[in-house]
Ligand binder design. Structure first.
Ligand code: PEP
Ligand code: MG
Length: 572
């Protein structure tokens, strides 16, 4: 009998192969002290050196196989191994407490992991905890002299089953043999999921139970399109999924042909398909997937995972790199959106009852003008290297927009007076993610050059439903008529002033929402890079003029369910 297990679809595609269960090595050890401190330190240093050597080799392979940006995680691991705070703390525990190396390593890594994990509402910091866990495991194995089962040793077609895949496990996967993987834990933003997407290996994560259910060497199907794993499938199921896999492959080949196309609907309307990025390295993926713009660069990532604020020059280099790599295509760079769930350890903010409604983003920048002005100067200096659009997050009032613009233009005037060149093709726009601003979009449109609709927040604020709270997730409805009316109002307001309106919230890449957004006249859709080609393929077949005829009908529906049903039956 086949067994079906549901998880989260992390990387699209279908894999059918025998399972290879990746078990964690036995890293148990006795806690204790040693007499010969020097010998214990030497043992630890040897393990450190072997780990560094291995990581350098993995990093090199990853650079070749995955690209420099995806190899950065191994540079981060190597950095931990050279970080005096991390390594020094272990050595001094061996020296001062005479702890054996394994115990000292365990104590220090646990401290680091717990510190990162205590920032529990911050996905980025949780990933840093995963990095420390990954690198410490390697180090501990070498301290104990235990060998790893390396995924690199796989030499026949397999589907890997694991508790979780660490970034170094993922980077060692040989695409020739590893057809897919399924894990117990992880979500769409975990490292293994991100890497599986860029390696284009079908993956299902977060199944919770697959490690208990799978047997080594049995046949398995991983459906990364829907998030389903079938263990020990029947002959009919294998046949069904073989034809699904073939159809998907064919579709991918079709998508690839669209890389250099501009995005035109069947009635020749041009919309821009852009990508959301978190760091300059992500631009490679944007270009490879035929992105026509960077629709959102979340600059807060530049401020994270470090001890102090990035300097003006560090920021300038990052912005310049993105603008240059995009070769004159539009790049929307959002000013710092910190606060809420995104915290900086070196910038303590007061504890808040409702951090998402608190002291964050533009609110913080208008108060901490030192931080804001530094970023604005870096942006203005970089503006001559491409087509820069500066965007302010979380604007609620006209006064905030005016104040932010005033500060920007003061910095511009100062730079120009000092002889620094600043682009004269600079647009200054704002995120539309607060209902108050959406309601008054016509007034904002007189003072902003463009709008980018941040539906991730706009939906949570409009529906009063926390975007991270599962109990109210039923209210998180992109296609609720209330949201669609706000989106429509924002787009119309921009157009009335001759401006463009884009969307950088997750809704922009949702295949069901795309026809609605096209009908409402959205000019720019910004999404994760790998969604661009499927979206382009969909848009080529849609007629903007025909869909626009449905606008009044769906805006006047009662429920999100009605809208969804209508799109699927009448508009796709
Ligand atoms: C949004 O709110 O839709 C958005 C794009 O910004 P973030 O997800 O960074 O809050
Ligand atoms: Mg937002």
């Amino acid at each position: 009998m086949s067994e079906k297990i549901e998880g989260i679809a992390a990387s699209a595609g279908i894999a059918i192969a025998k399972t290879f269960i990746l078990r964690n090595p036995d890293l148990s050890f006795e806690r204790g002290t040693v007499d010969d401190v020097a010998a214990e330190k030497a043992k630890f240093n040897d393990a450190l050196e072997v780990s560094k050597k291995e990581l350098n080799a993995i990093k090199e392979t990853a650079e070749k196989e995955l690209g420099a940006d995806k190899a950065e995680v191994f540079a981060a691991h190597l950095m931990f191994l050279s970080d005096p705070e991390f390594v020094g703390a272990i050595t001094s525990k061996i020296e001062q407490e005479k702890l054996n190396a394994a115990s000292a390593l365990h104590d220090v890594s646990t401290f680091f992991i717990q510190t990162f994990e205590s920032m529990s509402d911050n996905a980025y910091m949780r990933e840093r905890a995963a990095d420390v866990r990954d690198v410490s495991k390697r180090l501990l194995a070498h301290v104990l002299g235990v060998s790893f089962t390396s995924p690199a040793s796989i030499t026949e077609e397999t589907v890997i089953i694991a508790e979780d895949l660490t970034p170094s496990d993922t980077a060692q996967l040989n695409r020739k043999y590893v057809k897919g993987f399924a894990t117990n834990i992880g979500g769409r933003t975990s490292h293994s999921a991100i890497m599986s997407r860029s390696m284009e290996i079908p993956a299902v994560v977060g199944t919770q139970t697959i490690m208990d259910q799978a047997k080594d060497g049995e046949l398995a199907i991983v459906d990364g399109l829907t998030g389903l794993v079938i263990l020990n499938p029947s002959a009919e199921e294998v046949a069904e999924y073989k034809s699904k896999a073939a159809a998907y492959k064919e579709q991918q080949e079709e998508w690839k042909k669209l890389v250099h196309e501009t995005t035109k609907t069947s009635d020749e309307a041009h919309v821009i398909l852009g990508a959301n990025i978190g760091n300059p390295g992500d631009v490679t993926g944007v270009v490879n997937n035929g992105g026509e713009a960077v629709g959102l660069y979340r600059t807060e990532f530049l401020y994270m995972g470090r001890d102090k604020l990035p300097t003006e020059d560090e920021q300038f280099d990052a912005y310049k790199e993105v603008l240059e790599k995009m070769e004159g295509k539009p790049v929307v760079i959002r000013t710092l959106d910190i606060g809420g769930d995104k915290k900086l350890k070196y910038l303590p903010l007061p504890e808040e009852m409702n951090p998402f409604l608190g002291f964050r983003a533009i609110r913080l920048c208008l108060e901490r003008q030192d931080i804001f002005r530094t970023q604005l100067r870096a942006l203005l200096r970089a503006s001559v290297f491409g087509k820069l659009r500066i965007m302010f997050p979380m604007i609620a009032t006209i006064n905030e927009l005016r104040e932010a613009k005033k500060i920007l233009f003061e910095e511009k005037d100062k730079l120009v007076a000092a002889g620094t060149e600043v682009s004269d093709d600079l647009q200054v726009g704002m995120m539309m993610e607060i209902p108050a601003a959406a309601v008054e979009a016509d007034r904002f449109a007189k003072e902003a050059d463009f709008f980018s609709i941040g539906t991730n927040d706009l939906i949570q604020y409009t529906m009063a439903a926390d975007r991270m709270n599962q109990h109210v997730s039923y209210l998180y409805q992109p296609c609720n008529p209330a949201i669609l009316r706000l989106v429509s109002k924002i787009i119309d307001a921009a157009h009335a002033e001759g401006h463009w309106a884009g969307m950088c919230g997750e809704m922009a890449g949702d295949a069901t929402a795309i026809p609605l957004l096209l009908a409402l006249g959205l000019d720019e859709f910004s999404m994760s890079a790998t969604s661009i080609l499927p979206a382009r393929s969909q848009l080529l077949k849609l007629s903007k003029a025909e869909l626009a005829k449905h606008k009044e009908t769906f805006l006047n529906m009662d429920t999100a369910e009605e809208v969804l049903d209508y799109v699927k039956t009448q508009m796709i």
